[in-house]
Design a protein around this ligand. Structure first.
Ligand code: PPE
Length: 311
């Protein structure tokens, strides 16, 4: 990670190295935080945050589910992020807001621990590699199941819940694969460690429904919208594990990963390289985030490149 000049922390722009927390921060001990991953693209309209308000609204929803209150509204957080990007002279970057229980209380009753909010931004390239985006990646079905809604809140993007993703990611990496596919407690296909999943069969797309323990991905929604706008059928339904092996194409979606084709699953070749529909949707997604498709300009929040007065 390449440090930048400023990080926004609890109402102030502080220098990157001064954005610190105490070792007795509640979230460090119990994972009591929620976060987001957002991208800003150097678009035709100038640097533009993609679906920023949707991300900050999800941050608020995740926080509420874990009984946390964030001082700033979603709109305010978006405005702060624009200023952060301008102050750091960034044009294309990854944005990481995190709200967490801070210092002052320890023990499992968290409601008295204050909620802190931080937003950082830095340049972050292709999450699963440029080659992965172009040729597809190799995946492994994880022995770890995606957390059940009986134990956690899968739709919340909560810090502690990511230990589940970390187990699956490390397992797939150690076995020589690029990414994991997690099944849910019933054995249905769920998602990647940090991505939603789609399969294509006979020109029709399927993806697990929101009733499955998945994160309600914003890229998932973007890709469903773009696919339907291009006349493709998309069905949200439970997907059995073996359907992955009968699919013509499989791909992941996520803010960090964008749209990434899956070439192999457990050494079974799904498609030789990037499939036709994944390729089409990947290029439309790239056009949308870069402001080349006017019908999707509503998803972009342009950042004024004028630097605000120094703090
Ligand atoms: N599922 C999970 C578990 C997940 O973490 C993400 C995003 C998604 C699906 C896709 O959601 P969306 O970004 O709204 O389309 N994962 C974020 C964090 C990745 C990380 O390594 O950190 C991301 O893509 O920013």
């Amino acid at each position: 990670m390449e440090p930048r000049e400023f990080i926004w922390q609890n109402g102030e722009f502080v220098s990157w190295d001064d954005a610190r927390v105490h070792v007795l921060t509640h979230a460090l001990h119990y994972g009591t935080g929620v976060f987001e991953g957002i991208r800003c693209y150097n678009s035709e309209l100038g640097p533009a945050i993609f679906r920023g308000l949707d991300h900050f609204k999800r941050l608020h929803r995740s926080a509420e589910l874990y009984h946390m209150q964030i001082d700033q509204s979603a709109e305010e957080l978006l405005a702060i992020t624009k200023e952060l990007i301008a102050r750091n002279s960034l044009s294309s970057c990854y944005i990481r807001p995190v709200s967490f229980r801070g210092y002052g209380e320890i023990g499992l009753f968290p409601l008295k621990a204050e909620v802190e909010t931080v937003i950082a931004a830095w340049e972050w390239g292709a999450y699963l590699g440029e080659e992965g985006k172009a040729k597809g990646i190799r995946t492994k079905i994880s022995k770890w199941r995606r957390m059940s809604a009986d134990s956690f809140i899968p739709q919340a993007k909560a810090n502690g819940q990511y230990l589940n993703s970390v187990l699956a990611k490390v397992e797939s990496h150690e076995a020589g694969y690029d990414e994991a596919i997690l099944l849910d407690e019933h054995g249905n296909v769920c998602e990647g460690s940090g991505e939603n999943i789609f399969l294509v069969r006979d020109g029709r797309l399927s993806t697990p429904p929101l009733s499955a323990p998945i994160l309600e991905g914003i890229t998932r929604d973007t890709v469903i919208t773009i696919a339907r706008d291009n006349g493709l059928d998309v069905i949200e339904r439970d997907i059995a594990r073996d359907e992955l092996f009968e699919a013509d194409e499989v791909f992941f979606t996520g803010t960090a990963a964008e749209l990434c084709p899956v070439r192999e699953i457990d050494d079974h070749v799904v498609s030789e390289g990037r499939g036709e529909i994944a390729g089409l949707l990947q290029s439309k997604y790239d056009d949308a985030v870069h402001g080349r498709l006017p019908e999707y300009h509503g998803w972009l929040d342009v950042v004024s490149t004028e630097k605000p007065a120094q703090v």
